[in-house]
Structure formats: C-alpha cells, structure tokens
Design a protein around this ligand. Structure first.
Ligand code: NI
Length: 212
C-alpha cells in the first residue's frame, strides 16, 4: 500500500515462536492495536519509541501509551475512521474482553478494516463469530482477512470459515493459533475444512511472507 508498513498487535519478545525477530529492527509507519491484552501489546511501547510510528488504538489504550511516554498516538473508538491518506482505517467491534496486564480497563476490544485502492483488509483482533460481521461487505469488498481461529480465547477454525462466508472473503489468513497450548490447532484439519468449502486458508509460520 504505497510503500507503507503496518504492524498489528506486537507480541514478539515474550513469544518463543518469534525468537528470531529483533524488535529493534522493526520500523513500521503505523502500529494498530486491537485490545490491551499482553499477547497483543507486549512490544508496542518499544516499537513505537524506536520508530516514531503513529499508533492507532482505542482511546483508553491511546491514553495508556501516552502515560508510557509514547507521544505519537491516535485514540479512537468503535465506528470511527482514521484517514491516513493512503488508506482509511475503521475501528469495528470485536466480541472479546480488553484489559491491560495490570488488570486495568483498556476500552472495548476492536478489529480493523483497512481500505485502500490496492487492498481492502479485515483484521479481526480477538473475537467470537458475530452477526456484526455481516455488515462488513456493505462497507467494502474484501481482498483478504486476518482472522483469529485458535479457539479457547476466540472463535475456532470452523467458525472462522463461517466468518469468511459472512464477510464474503476468499483469502483468509489465520491468526491467534499455536502460541499457547489451549490454542494449538490441527493444521491439516483446518486447511481441509476450508478447502472443502472452496475457500483459501493460509496458516503462515512466524516470519513467513505472503503476497496477497
Ligand atoms: Ni485477547
């Protein structure tokens, strides 16, 4: 998207699966955060301070980041749209909880819709399946969607397929799986479940590049 880079929900330093990534090398233009849980926000402050990127998040997370010394933040809330020039970023609901690692309130859990001339992308954050997803095709025609599917803390891959059908998206990139034991998934079963329905599921490895 016009050479711009976005990182979503950085959970790298404490994540043994991401051991090969040096967060000090990450210099995104934007950092988008869906909610305050540790496995989504762990490296946000350091990446933001290293790169000076604009951090977009729910208003409560924006205030928390400001208190941590991160100055370049944009606080918004569900239903709001930020115009970044090359793309519009809309914050949409997720059915999930949201608190900071110390237990304090982190606002409403969210997902994002990224609309640009090159790519329309849905990033679900952590969520259950919800009928709200049926509104997404009214907003934009999706090229791809990053959807949580590990179960236990979010919907599982069976509901992720129902989500793909509700949002009318052909290319699904799985997220939020295998990091912890309760969200370990059977890759073969998940891939076959999608292919049997004629939809493409990607389960990328950490560090893997996908061209959409
Ligand atoms: Ni969460």
């Amino acid at each position: 998207m016009q050479g711009k880079s976005i990182i979503f929900d950085p959970f790298i330093t404490p994540n043994p699966l991401a051991a090969g990534i040096d967060i000090n090398s990450l210099k995104p233009d934007y950092l988008l955060i869906t909610h305050g849980h540790y496995d989504h926000i762990a490296d946000a402050v350091q990446i933001a301070q290293n790169s000076g990127c604009l951090v977009i998040a729910c208003f409560e997370i924006h205030e928390w980041l400001q208190r941590q010394g991160v100055g370049n933040t944009l606080g918004m809330n569900i239903g709001g749209t930020a115009d970044l020039g090359f793309a519009k970023v809309r914050m949409i609901p997720a059915v999930h909880s949201s608190s900071f690692p110390d237990g304090s309130y982190a606002g409403h859990a969210a997902g994002f819709l990224i609309n640009s001339p090159e790519l329309n992308l849905y990033y679900s954050g952590d969520t259950d399946l919800t009928r709200d997803m049926e509104l997404i095709p009214d907003i934009c025609s999706l090229d791809a969607a990053c959807i949580c599917l590990g179960g236990h803390f979010t919907m599982d891959y069976r509901d992720a397929l129902r989500c793909a059908e509700m949002i009318r998206c052909e290319q699904i990139i799985g997220m939020h799986f295998d990091t912890f034991e309760p969200i370990s998934i059977d890759h073969k079963a998940a891939l076959e479940h999608f292919s049997a329905a004629g939809r493409k599921l990607y389960l990328p490895k950490v560090g893997e590049h996908l061209n959409i």
